[in-house]
Structures are given as structure tokens and as C-alpha cells.
Design a protein around this ligand. Structure first.
Ligand SMILES: [Zn+2]
Length: 63
């Protein structure tokens, strides 16, 4: 089954701004490097952690 390109990128023009946030310190134009669980600015060293997406709800443990 041919699946459309879904996932990381949403190719609609603002892909870059969606996946790479601008550095709040350096301002627009400087983007944060994407890491597994955080983003960091290679220019000023600013870094922020990504809030993990809500994991799939744990199945309730049978008491
Ligand atoms: Zn910066």
C-alpha cells in the first residue's frame, strides 16, 4: 500500500520553522540544532529540552 510521506516533515512551506525552532536568544535566523531529546543553539549555547510527547497510555495494571 503506497503511503504518503507522513511523519517528520510536513512539506508545506513552513517545514523548516516547524522542525527547527529559532533560538530565543539569537533571534530568528539562528536555528536550534535538533537532538534526540533537546534542542541546542550552536551559536550561544542555549539549549532546551523537548517535552516528550504523551506516551501511549499505559494499560491499567490488573489489580
Ligand atoms: Zn543562540
Amino acid at each position: 500500500m503506497a503511503k504518503a510521506r507522513v511523519g517528520l516533515y510536513d512539506v508545506k512551506g513552513d517545514t523548516f520553522t516547524r522542525t527547527h525552532r529559532a533560538c530565543p536568544k539569537c533571534g530568528a535566523g539562528t536555528f536550534l540544532a535538533e537532538h534526540k531529546d533537546r534542542r541546542s543553539c550552536g551559536r550561544c549555547g542555549y539549549s532546551e529540552s523537548k517535552t516528550p510527547p504523551p506516551a501511549r497510555s499505559k494499560p491499567a495494571k490488573p489489580a
